[in-house]
Write a protein that binds this ligand. Structure first.
Ligand code: NZQ
Ligand code: ZN
Length: 394
């Protein structure tokens, strides 16, 4: 086990009707002027936004509401949100929605606290975020894990570049998680969420680090739980128990717990971000579209790890590590298919089969014009990235 520091400051308030505590929780964070961010309207239609603003009023807090965040949230919208929050004098940023809304609320928090800096500077790593205002979350979609993560992802739509920013200042002060709020999710978003939660775990689990038993057990248990309950949720998004398990797993999968003490990988996330930036495909679908190709390509770098995954996640008993690992990859891909998630480019309507030149361009983009490698299980340079995209291009 490698040395590590883990910081998990987010207060989690989990269960039915918890959204009615939003006002009191913000007040406990010394909020007086709350800037509320939401997405394309699902929270208006469900009545959730009204319940949240009523709770802010009951706590005696001023608030201003801004809707319109799109999936794969755009930098231009985040800049506009920062401007409006500054004019309002916000001292608290409250997200009511999924990962895209939360990440925009995180951008608002950093922008408001640093009015002289364009927020993209932080996402381009030209500057580190020196200070921020607190962030609160009312979660409506178990997927990105942003409700407890140290990360926020934005897309610069002018340059078609999607970037993540990691800082402890991205950790929300509180996360309200009522599984009933996810009942209205379309089946497609349930599938995307399950894939993303699995991927936050697998992008950490596939590591060369040895002797990390505690973390391995957390990761394997989480994967078994999500696989089992994902199969229930995809058929019935009103199953409280299944939606609860998935929601809680979503937070644990990305708050750091599933990779503590390990050198993590995250190559699949980087491969997926390039697809979302170029084709505006949903994040979860971008990951399932490349995972099988990535896994097949990197498996020989440590077949025993895939054999462990086979045994402890899929229950495959086979002393032949190669055969077990290959079977586990097949099972994982088949599981994604059972969720109606794409497992290669042709199954993703937004992407489709690409020419060889286009595949080269994608590898060029993902490798930041050939200047970086991705992943650690096997370090993948521009040539490896090209080979992986080529395998997915069917
Ligand atoms: O916009 P509305 O109308 O709310 O509809 C949304 C949106 O269309 C809908 N939705 C959300 N909750 C709903 C609902 N529809 C009905 N009922 C509900 N209860 O779902 C659609 C997708 O929402 P979005 O927020 O985009 O999904 P997700 O939570 O998957 O977030 C994806 C974004 O998060 C980033 C991704 O890259 C992507 O940009 N990520 C953020 C991370 C982080 N900050 O730690 C880590 C992740 O790896 C990921 O990269
Ligand atoms: Zn993700």
């Amino acid at each position: 086990m490698h040395s590590f520091t883990q910081y998990m400051p987010t207060k989690i308030v989990f269960g039915k009707d918890t959204e009615n505590q939003a006002g009191e929780l913000a007040k406990q964070c010394k909020a007086s002027k709350v800037f509320v961010v939401y997405g394309g309207g699902s929270v208006v239609r469900s009545g959730l936004l009204d319940r949240v603003t009523a709770s802010l009023e009951a706590a005696g807090l001023e608030y201003k509401v801004l809707g319109g965040v799109q999936p794969n949230p755009r930098l231009s919208f985040a800049r506009e949100a920062v401007k409006q929050a500054q004019e309002f004098g916000a001292d608290f940023s409250l997200a009511v929605g999924g990962g895209s809304v939360i990440d925009t609320a995180k951008a608002v928090a950093h922008g408001v606290a640093n009015p002289d800096t364009d927020i993209w500077e932080y996402w381009c790593k030209k500057q580190t975020v020196p200070a921020s205002i607190p962030i609160g979350v009312v979660l409506t979609l178990a997927a990105a894990g942003s409700e407890t993560s140290d990360s926020a992802v934005l897309t610069n739509e002018e340059t078609q570049i999607k970037r993540g920013l990691s800082t402890d200042l991205n950790r929300p002060a509180f996360a309200i998680m009522n599984p009933e709020l996810t009942y209205t999710l379309p089946k497609y978003q349930v599938g995307c969420g399950v894939v993303d939660i699995m991927m936050h775990t697998m992008d950490r689990y596939f590591t060369q680090t040895e002797n990390n038993e505690m973390t391995d057990v957390i990761a394997e248990g989480l994967l078994r739980t999500v696989i089992k309950n994902g199969a229930i949720a995809i058929k019935d998004s009103h199953d409280y128990n299944a939606m609860s398990e998935i929601m809680w797993a979503g937070s644990i999968s990305h708050n750091g717990m599933t990779g503590l003490g390990a050198v993590t990988d995250f190559a699949v996330h980087q491969l997926g971000h390039e697809l979302s930036a170029k084709f505006d495909i949903a994040h979860g679908a971008s990951l399932s579209a490349v995972w099988g190709a990535w896994a097949s390509y990197v498996r020989p770098a440590k077949p025993e790890r895939f054999a462990q995954f086979a045994k402890n996640v899929w229950g495959i008993e086979n002393d032949d590590a190669d055969a077990a690992g290959k079977e586990a990859i097949e099972k994982t891909v088949a599981y994604f298919k059972s969720l109606d998630m794409p497992t290669c480019f042709s199954e993703a309507a937004e992407i489709g089969v690409k020419t060889d030149e286009e595949v080269h361009k994608m590898a060029y983009g993902c490798s930041y014009e050939g200047t970086r490698s991705i992943g650690n299980f096997k370090k993948c340079d521009i040539n490896d990235i090209y080979e992986i995209y080529k395998l997915a291009n069917k």
